[in-house]
Design a protein around this ligand. Structure first.
Ligand SMILES: C[S@@+](CC[C@H](N)C(=O)[O-])C[C@H]1O[C@@H](n2cnc3c(N)ncnc32)[C@H](O)[C@@H]1O
Length: 223
């Protein structure tokens, strides 16, 4: 259980904010740069190589909505239509969201869209604009059951040291079933046991260079 008073804002090395969870002693993003990491892992090594015009995304750990706003920005730029599902066990209060400095740190940041993303109703489909549909689901990954299939999964859980239960193999088996054939799973994590688990669930695993400050990150393909 996460409590509001355990969350504080921290500045990362690229100037952008992240959140620090005192209880877990863990930040929401890399201390080397929150925006830099999100763009590198989830946009450049994630959605950017999915060539269809319509793309369904599942994010595990919706948090600040940083990956959602960056994905919206990507969709607008490349004229894509995204259906975005964000799983989150602890929706952040708006007092915290409003203090984040993404508006000054993301070029062409669309504040109206960011606000719309955060004001959208939980556990139902929301139309953000012609490029972006959003369903934020207030459930844990462990509880989440769906018949839907996704083209890409952004796995942005807290790291294995802070939240070991998010890195158990049965969750990757579950996520593998939720992916379309040809779909892909991306995460910042590059731990050996985790990669072996992904492989044994059926993923074809590729390691690519990580964002600044991290040697590697992981992509899992469902071929
Ligand atoms: C590393 S942070 C996420 C960062 C987020 N993508 C962002 O850019 O702000 C991990 C997130 O996972 C959420 N979380 C923790 N346990 C979860 C669970 N069992 N299922 C879904 N989300 C969970 C946390 O509340 C937190 O928001």
């Amino acid at each position: 259980m996460i409590h509001n008073n355990n969350i504080s804002i921290k500045q990362t090395e690229d100037g952008s904010h992240t959140l620090y969870n005192k209880e877990l002693d863990e930040t929401y993003h890399s201390s080397h740069g929150a925006i830099q990491e999100a763009i590198h892992v989830f946009i450049k090594n994630g959605i950017d190589s999915i060539f269809s015009k319509e793309i369904s995304v599942l994010e595990v750990g919706f948090g600040t909505g940083l990956n959602a706003i960056l994905t919206h920005d990507y969709a607008k730029r490349y004229n894509k239509k995204i259906s975005y599902t964000g799983l989150e066990s602890f929706p952040l209060p708006k007092e915290i969201i409003n203090k984040l400095n993404y508006r000054s740190e993301i070029p062409d940041f669309d504040l109206a869209i960011f606000n719309k993303i955060h004001k959208s109703i939980w556990n139902q489909n929301n139309i953000i604009d012609s490029h972006f549909g959003l369903n934020k689901i207030n459930k844990t990954l462990q509880e989440f059951i769906t018949e839907d299939k996704y083209d890409i999964i952004y796995y942005d859980a807290f790291g294995p040291r802070a939240q070991k239960e998010m890195w158990e193999k049965y969750l990757f088996e579950k996520l593998f079933k939720m992916l379309n054939i040809g779909g892909k799973f991306v995460t910042y994590c590059a731990m050996g046991q985790f990669k072996r688990d992904l492989k044994s669930c059926g993923f074809v695993v590729e390691c690519v260079p990580g964002p600044p400050g991290k040697r590697e990150m992981t992509i899992g393909f469902k071929n």
